[in-house]
Design a protein around this ligand. Structure first.
Ligand code: NAP
Length: 337
């Protein structure tokens, strides 16, 4: 049998250590995946370096892996050994080490796993589901935007469109037919236009509120960065009538939102792990995500790094330090060099 190895977090906000892990055992409706690629998300970096979460230690963090099915539980019908898959592993919900993405062999649930088309690389697949789900759950589940293929007119405003979540939000809103107005830093303007944005404005422009108000009104508004400045600007843009907007971060005391404005926050990236979202979840794994992975959505630009599990810490440090321009992808099978 193959041996397993993981990047272990020994205590909250501690350093990572790479050492062996038990070969994971799947339940009846689960699969073991030979993990070929995972992307580091801001959530992972924050949990590793800044905020402790309530999990048993030592813990294996990371959720979402792309790889090859190694073993299938007794009741699994959709997958067999050798299939190429991407899986949203419920490490932060079920809090068991077998679901942690930062290991060579990881367990995924049949219900939250999809096949990969032959031409989709493990790396491209690894950067997509977490941030794409965040964008689509915010726009569709939370704000009620329709599905692609329906015809709509009107405008959507995506604040901070150049990151992973923002870029996917632009593509989703454009695919549903909305004219998409966005903000980004000037060096990313062309990139954001290439995703389907009709307008891109600098979020640091002194007149950003007036300019965006002039371009409105908006049927849908989302802040992909979830920051205070963006929330306050959106609150002003929505005047005098007010309204609601989805945000990747919750409301904080530093935000000064008008009384007629509501910030709608959720753990959007985990929407498909919740029973009450069953209809959305079925559509997500059976229709939308497979088409997105097969080329229907442009993946976030990625940076593939060598060193596998040994470079997770460095990757997280770079994300927290704002030093990465792309999603960092690692292959846990890689050796140290
Ligand atoms: N609630 C959830 O379920 C959930 C899920 C996933 C992510 N998130 C959160 O959503 C945020 C975005 O995640 P991501 O994966 O898209 O990150 P990302 O790919 O690293 O993108 C972050 C983007 O934010 C922009 N940015 C940085 N500082 C900014 C500021 N002060 N004002 C406006 N924009 C700013 C940058 O754009 P420029 O280069 O153009 O400045 C950068 O491209 C993160 O904070 C993450 O923690 C929440």
């Amino acid at each position: 049998m193959s041996t397993n190895e993981a990047a272990w977090l020994l205590k909250p906000k501690g350093d990572l250590r790479v050492f062996p892990a038990a070969f994971p055992v799947p339940s009846q409706d689960e699969i073991v995946i030979n993990n070929q690629a995972f992307a580091i998300q801001p959530l992972d970096a924050t949990v590793l370096g800044e905020e402790s979460i309530d999990v048993p230690y030592p813990a294996i963090l990371g959720n979402g892996v792309a790889g090859i099915v190694e073993e299938a539980g007794g009741s699994v019908t959709k997958f067999k050994k050798g299939d190429r898959v991407i899986s949203d592993t419920p490490s932060y919900q079920l809090k068991q080490t077998k679901y942690g993405g930062w290991q060579k062999y990881v367990v995924g649930r049949e219900a939250t796993t999809v096949h990969l088309a032959k031409h989709t690389t493990f790396d491209d697949a690894a950067v997509m589901p977490f941030a794409l789900l965040t964008a689509v759950a915010a726009l569709k589940l939370k704000l009620g935007m329709d599905k692609p293929g329906t015809l709509h007119s009107g405008k959507a405003l995506i604040w901070s469109a150049s990151g992973s979540v923002g870029g996917y939000a632009v593509q989703y809103a454009a695919s549903v037919g909305y004219e998409v107005v966005t903000t980004a830093s000037p060096r990313k303007f062309d990139y954001v236009r290439g995703l389907g944005a009709n307008e891109v404005l600098d979020y640091n422009d002194d007149h950003i509120v007036l300019k965006l108000r002039d371009l409105g009104p908006y049927e849908f508004v989302m802040s992909a960065s979830g920051d205070v400045k963006g929330a306050n600007a959106i609150s002003d843009i929505l005047q005098p009538f007010g309204g609601e907007f989805a945000s990747t971060h919750p409301k904080t005391e530093a935000m000064q939102l008008a009384p007629n404005v509501s910030l709608l926050y959720d753990l959007f990236s985990m929407a498909t792990q919740k029973k009450e979202n069953e209809g959305f979840t079925n559509w997500w794994y059976e229709d939308y995500l497979p088409l997105a992975l097969a080329g229907g959505v442009k993946p976030t630009p990625l940076e593939k790094r060598s060193g596998g599990l040994y470079r997770v810490q460095e990757a997280c440090d770079d994300i927290l330090g704002g030093r990465n321009m792309s999603k960092i992808v690692l292959n846990p099978q890689a050796s140290f060099l």
